[in-house]
Design a binder for this molecule. Structure first.
Ligand code: GLU
Length: 379
């Protein structure tokens, strides 16, 4: 299978130059709340060896809420309320950073803590700051350890799971691959816990509706928050940014080496890289509205044209000029994402109208496009 993967991907994703390794709560923290130190030591040993061989590694680590909940004796693993989760994360993050600093320090590697919110990475300036910091840390030989800044992020602006955070960090760090260490060894055709006929899919070339249909929202382990749905969303973000994403089992010691020799897991093959700004745009998670377009407009967009009012059949949601909106084809599938040139109020007045009618309706010389091609990315 390893040979097949090499043939299919052009190179083994395990040996790429810059790799993001995401470790979930259930792997880091035992059910009773203690750190799974022996397993972590095995992983850090692998990371140290890879780093010595020239690979650049960024860790995305969960576990703050689970560790803090144990320390504070909070019910439901600290996830009963948002306030509990935020308090647990604040307490647990100190312990979590200490564990990584100790284990990496044992190999003479300096660890760096970076806590980011969804808001940080949705804002282009702060995204670029995070990107520059990651670059500098890696250049200094440091291993960044990233987590969501759970204590300040409120419900509507949370990543909520570190799968999507890992993919976003993969984008910001311009990583070549993202590996999600999970309690399951990949994507199955159905939920393997409830369906004995489910089979593992080794390679996904394109995340289409058939692939999305295989995810089961109930596949989470109960400790972390991400199930297969969030892993597929992460795969969409990472592959769209030109990075491979792999889901592999972390239920074994030295999981990266096991992956390398067995090839077992699911690999989502990277799409070709876009420019930095379009990559950031494609990975934005906060979409404020939707525009539905007719067949003619959908084809024009695919040929690289801007979206004009005439081809739009409906507008949904409240958005302001500059907000991110999705563009849906006649069948309801999202075909592009871009920045609105109009507030939703004005957009609703001009959809379906020709340019001369738009000028009469809004007065003056309004912008020709509702979404300009320079601010749009095809998905
Ligand atoms: N950021 C959360 C933590 O450190 C975990 C999020 C997740 O479950 O993926 O506990």
């Amino acid at each position: 299978m390893v040979a097949d993967l090499k043939a299919l991907t052009g190179f083994p994703p395990q040996s790429v130059r810059r790799l993001i390794v995401k470790v979930g709560s259930a792997l880091l923290v035992a059910p009773e709340g203690s750190v799974r130190r022996a397993w972590l030591e095995s992983l850090v040993g692998e990371i140290a060896a890879r780093k010595a061989a020239g690979q650049q590694i960024v860790i995305v680590s969960s576990g703050a809420i689970a560790l803090g909940a144990r320390r504070l004796a909070l019910p439901k693993g600290g996830r009963a309320t948002l306030e509990d989760a935020q308090a647990a994360a604040a307490v647990g993050q100190i312990a979590l950073s200490q564990v990584w600093a100790d284990l990496l320090g044992a190999h003479d590697i300096a660890a760096a803590q970076m806590l980011v919110t969804l808001g940080d990475l949705e804002d282009r300036r702060r995204y670029l700051n995070a990107s520059a910091t990651l670059d500098r840390l890696i250049g200094l030989g440091v291993v960044p350890v990233v987590n969501e800044n759970d204590s300040v992020a409120t419900e509507e602006i949370r990543f909520g799971d570190n799968d999507r955070l890992a993919a976003r960090i993969g984008q910001a760090a311009r990583a070549d691959a993202v590996v999600l260490l999970s309690d399951i060894d990949g994507l199955y055709t159905a939920n393997p816990h409830s369906n004995p006929d489910a089979t593992l899919i080794p390679l996904v070339e394109r995340i289409d509706t058939a692939v999305l249909g295989m995810a089961d929202a109930n596949s989470a382990s109960g400790m972390g928050s991400g199930g297969m749905v969030s892993k597929l969303q992460a795969a969409q973000i990472a592959t769209g940014a030109g990075a491979h994403l792999a889901i592999i089992s972390g239920r074994i010691d030295a999981p990266l080496g096991h992956w390398q020799t067995s090839g077992r897991g699911t690999l989502f093959r990277a799409a070709s890289r876009r420019g930095g700004r379009k990559t950031w745009l494609a990975g934005r998670l906060t979409v404020k509205g939707k525009l539905r377009v007719d067949i003619g407009a959908a084809e024009a967009l695919r040929r690289g044209r801007s979206l004009l009012p005439a081809g739009i059949t409906a507008s949904e949601g409240r958005y302001a000029r500059g907000d991110v909106i999705d563009i849906l084809g006649p069948d309801g599938a999202v075909i592009a994402r871009g920045l609105a040139q109009y507030d939703s109020g004005d957009a609703e007045r001009i959809i379906g109208k020709r340019s001369d009618e738009v000028a009469t309706l809004l007065g003056g010389t309004p912008r020709a496009a509702i979404v300009h091609r320079d601010h749009m990315v095809l998905l």
